[in-house]
Design a protein around this ligand. Structure first.
Ligand SMILES: Nc1nc2c(ncn2[C@@H]2O[C@H](COP(=O)(O)OP(=O)(O)OP(=O)(O)O)[C@@H](O)[C@H]2O)c(=O)[nH]1
Ligand SMILES: [Mg+2]
Length: 603
């Protein structure tokens, strides 16, 4: 039996975790010469590839100098932080990766804190030392301070540091002397991360994550804490509430390379995947059939945000979607619950609408984008943060927000953030940028990114992370600008758009089909304006050609799905179809809208 090391790679978003895991896999010769190996083979679903982010944690495994190293690649985006905390349970140590320019960011702090309090040993990798303006020494010092502030033990403070460039495929002891591969890091892992202990006794595995296959369905994944697991073995499942269910393991797998290998038996310390347990939940312990002993329950993240999902009832419904009924919507959402651990659904008074709870805008937008691609049509209401009553007081989620901007734009950023009840905590130079930290209600962050990017000509780098629930901070101004709303149904005409350009910026272009009540642009003033852009100009007193050439229409503003979700207000929807993302007023009729606004204002 070989030795096993279990290690999780943790970091802020985009610091290079997946690239590093890829390079380790290559190094350990998992790819035959002729095999096509695209970049980032690990980010293997479509959305992960397109966006260049990891959404789900993944297990891989390599053999190095006779030792089996199980590596868990984790997502860096804050919305998926709960996943990182959970899967870290499977590891005895972590690689904390930090970008040699950016240094520790909000999510670095969050994941490191979890690792330290779970007693994990860490290896620091300062990555991206190939970046021209990087500052590895400063970054090393600030990471050391971070360990210290997070109350690391003596042993944890004594972490080894490795420098390198995942992208260039090397890791070494010194950032000024590139090596030719990543073996140095592998050696540091073997030397510093404890061997997975072999505990004898009856079986204990806590189900920590799940894998999903469209053939088999849900596959449980967990680390064998004690004992041995065999295929077809009868087991007892200890549920989170202590209830015991008799069951039987069917197929058993361990991780090998990028995939899973079917085995008849797996030993203590290894990470395995298995089928056969009906209706399992994360945190359940798979234990001995006769004398089951449960393991301590595991913390599972609560949702922080909700959105109304409703069927599409716009005048254009069903034009390009395959699945448009409330039945379709309901079935698809409930199916998602099987594998989306941080999601919840609540029914509403209407059979057409569901409240969907998630961990943030990105968490929900990944689901929505997936549904679009599958052929669904739906509409979304304004995202709402989850407010709680704590000791009789109304409390809301507060986040830590960091913004790195060129110095000349810093005051604009501070203005925008303080308008939304943000509190300035830190402001310091960082390379040729200014690093600013705030505390701000999560409500205030929705829609902020767009404004900050506009104010800084796209140069700001923003990141935020949940801190705590705190007493309600009071009124926060919502979107300042009103919108331009279409009066008519038809095809937008260039001439009419041109005439209205001084009224605002358009979200549509000539030739686009629009309907009454659809939001087609942003008004330069705070109130909404109903406009008609479907009429052709009167050709009679003008020469038809000639004048057209004078039109200079500003290109339309094109929102991403997330930007649309953050843009809309309480009386608006985002309409999602496989081919279009449209914004609209919930009440398409102008008079109904006026009545609604009056009655809301009266309240
Ligand atoms: N210059 C430079 N770029 C790198 C390096 N490592 C990764 N990158 C780039 O950084 C970007 C993010 O890399 P990923 O490996 O996807 O980062 P990640 O940490 O897995 O990101 P998430 O999973 O979304 O948290 C990609 O564009 C990489 O090419 C490096 O050593 N140097
Ligand atoms: Mg990744």
């Amino acid at each position: 039996m070989s030795e096993i090391r279990n290690i999780a790679i943790i970091a802020h978003v985009d610091h290079g975790k997946t690239t590093l895991v890829d390079k380790i896999l290559h190094q350990c010769n998992l790819f035959r010469e002729n095999q096509a190996t695209g970049e980032l083979i690990l980010d293997n679903n479509d959305l992960e590839r397109e966006r260049g982010i990891t959404i789900l944690a993944k297990n891989v495994s390599v053999k190095y100098k006779g030792t089996k190293i199980n590596i868990i690649d984790t997502p860096g985006h804050a919305d998926f932080g709960g996943e990182v905390e959970r899967v870290m349970n499977m590891a005895d140590g972590v690689i904390l990766l930090v970008d040699a320019f950016e240094g520790p960011m909000p999510q670095t702090r969050f994941v490191l804190q979890k690792a330290i309090s779970a007693g994990k040993k860490a290896i620091l990798v300062i990555n991206k030392v190939d970046k021209p303006n990087c500052r590895p020494e400063e970054v090393h010092d600030s990471v050391f301070d971070l360990f210290f502030n997070l109350e690391a033990t003596e042993d944890q403070l004594n972490f080894p540091t490795v420098y390198g460039s995942s992208k260039q495929g090397w890791m070494g002891p010194d950032y000024k002397t590139p090596t030719s591969d990543v073996t140095h890091l592998l050696d540091v892992i073997i030397a510093n991360i404890p061997t997975a202990p072999k505990r004898e006794g009856t079986l204990q595995i806590q189900i920590t994550s799940l894998d999903y296959s469209s053939f088999i369905g849900r596959i449980a994944v967990g680390r064998i804490f004690r004992g041995i697991i065999k295929e077809n073995m009868p087991v007892s499942v200890v549920k989170r509430d202590g209830k015991i269910q008799k069951s039987r393991i069917k197929e058993l797998f361990v991780f090998e390379g990028l995939g899973k290998m079917k085995v008849s038996e797996a030993e203590t310390g290894d990470i395995c995947a298995f089928t056969g347990i009906e209706g399992f939940e994360i945190g359940d312990t798979v234990a001995d059939f006769e004398n089951p002993e449960g393991m301590p329950t595991m913390h599972i993240d609560e949702p922080t945000m909700s959105m109304l999902f409703t069927i599409n009832n716009s005048p254009f419904f069903g034009k390009d979607g395959k699945y448009v009924t409330s039945r379709h919507l309901r079935d698809r959402l409930f199916k998602e619950l099987e594998k989306n651990l941080a999601m919840r659904i609540e029914e509403t008074n209407s059979p057409d609408s569901y409240l969907v709870f998630g961990r943030g805008i990105l968490h929900l937008s990944v689901l929505i984008e997936t549904m679009r691609r599958e052929g669904y049509e739906l509409q979304l209401g304004q995202p709402q943060v989850i407010v709680k009553e704590i000791d009789g007081e109304k409390c809301e989620p507060i986040e830590v927000l960091t913004v790195d901007v060129p110095q000349e734009s810093s005051s604009k950023v501070i203005d925008l953030v303080t308008q939304r009840k943000g509190n300035l905590l830190v402001m310091e130079p960082k390379g040729d940028l200014t690093h600013i930290e705030f505390e701000i209600p999560a409500r205030g962050i929705i829609g902020l990114r767009n404004n900050v990017l506009t104010a800084t000509a796209g140069e700001a780098i923003m990141a935020h992370r949940f801190k705590a629930y705190e007493p309600w901070k009071g009124y926060i101004p919502s979107r300042i600008a009103g919108v331009l709303i279409s009066k008519d149904k038809g095809s937008a005409v260039a001439y009419s758009i041109d005439k209205l350009q001084d009224r605002g910026k358009f979200f549509i272009e000539a030739g686009e089909e629009i309907y009454p009540g659809m939001i087609i642009g942003e008004h330069i003033r705070p109130d909404d304006l109903v406009v008609n852009v479907c009429t052709e100009k009167q050709l009679t007193n003008m020469r038809a050609s000639g004048t057209d050439e004078k039109m200079r229409i500003v290109p339309k503003i094109k929102f991403s799905l997330e930007e649309s979700m953050e843009y809309i207000q309480w009386d608006e929807y985002v309409e999602i179809t496989p081919l279009h993302i449209r914004l609209r007023k919930i009440h398409l009729d102008e008079n109904t809208r006026k009545r609604m606004t009056k009655s809301v204002e009266a309240q």
